[in-house]
Design a protein around this ligand. Structure first.
Ligand code: 4GY
Length: 223
């Protein structure tokens, strides 16, 4: 998959996507990620990307010209053009799965008070929000989407992790059950006896029960 990102803060992308699983996916050619500086698509001396809202109001908006220039240049035949903003539809695992099927993505990140509406109207195929809070800009949300989608691309994950994703998509899972590793006692805290018992039927029952309790307590919306 090719993913292009349009941002005012390209330097923010150095680091998070250069580690671990995403690094391997990039090295293996499964993900081709390119970060583009919106300022490079301005034509005026001051490299202006923003302007004041018609009708008044606080703050500045991303003006249409640089974003239109950039998207028209970067967009490919099959790219999905996606704005990132708190006004988007909620991003979740189902959306990540949907995006893992598309050929190419062009992620357009917000800043200031947001986008001139004509960017939405004419350029965007979709608009996503990673959650109900306001960040300073869309770089972190873009990285979240890149990460969540990349790990679902064929060949990126090891078998164990793939199985985990499947149990989530089957809709079986709410939250995970509690897990423990050695030592069996740490600072006076004991691992539940059943997990040391070797009784696999009892262990499975305990885990299912714990997962249900935890989901009911913390995320009743998933039930
Ligand atoms: N939440 N999900 C988000 C965000 C920064 C003000 C519009 C979010 O996706 N993007 O908070 N982005 C804002 C800053 C203008 C973008």
């Amino acid at each position: 998959m090719k993913i292009d990102v349009l941002t005012l803060f390209p330097a923010m992308f150095a680091g998070p996507l250069d580690e671990s699983i995403i690094k391997r996916a990039r090295e293996a050619g499964l993900l081709d990620l390119a970060i583009h500086n919106l300022r490079d698509y301005t034509r005026d001396r001051h490299k202006t990307v923003d302007d004041r809202p018609f009708g008044g109001g606080p703050g500045m908006l991303l003006k249409p010209e640089p974003i239109f220039e950039a998207v028209e240049k970067l967009k490919r035949e099959k790219s999905r053009v996606i704005l990132l903003s708190p006004a988007g539809r909620p991003f979740n695992q189902a959306v990540a799965r949907e995006l893992a099927q598309v050929e190419d993505m062009l992620l357009v990140t917000g800043h200031y008070e947001g986008f001139d509406e004509r960017i939405r109207e004419r350029l965007a195929d979709d608009e996503l929000s990673i959650g109900d809070y306001i960040l300073t800009n869309g770089a972190l949300p873009a990285m979240v989407v890149v990460d969540a989608v990349t790990r679902l691309l064929p060949g990126v994950l090891g078998d164990d992790d793939s199985a985990k994703e499947e149990s989530f998509s089957a809709g079986v899972a709410g939250l995970e059950y509690p897990q423990y590793t050695r030592p069996a006692e740490f600072r006076g805290m004991k691992v539940p006896e059943v997990l040391l018992s070797g009784n696999h039927a009892e262990i499975a029952k305990w885990r299912t029960h714990q997962a249900a309790l935890r989901t009911k307590e913390r995320r009743p919306d998933l039930l």
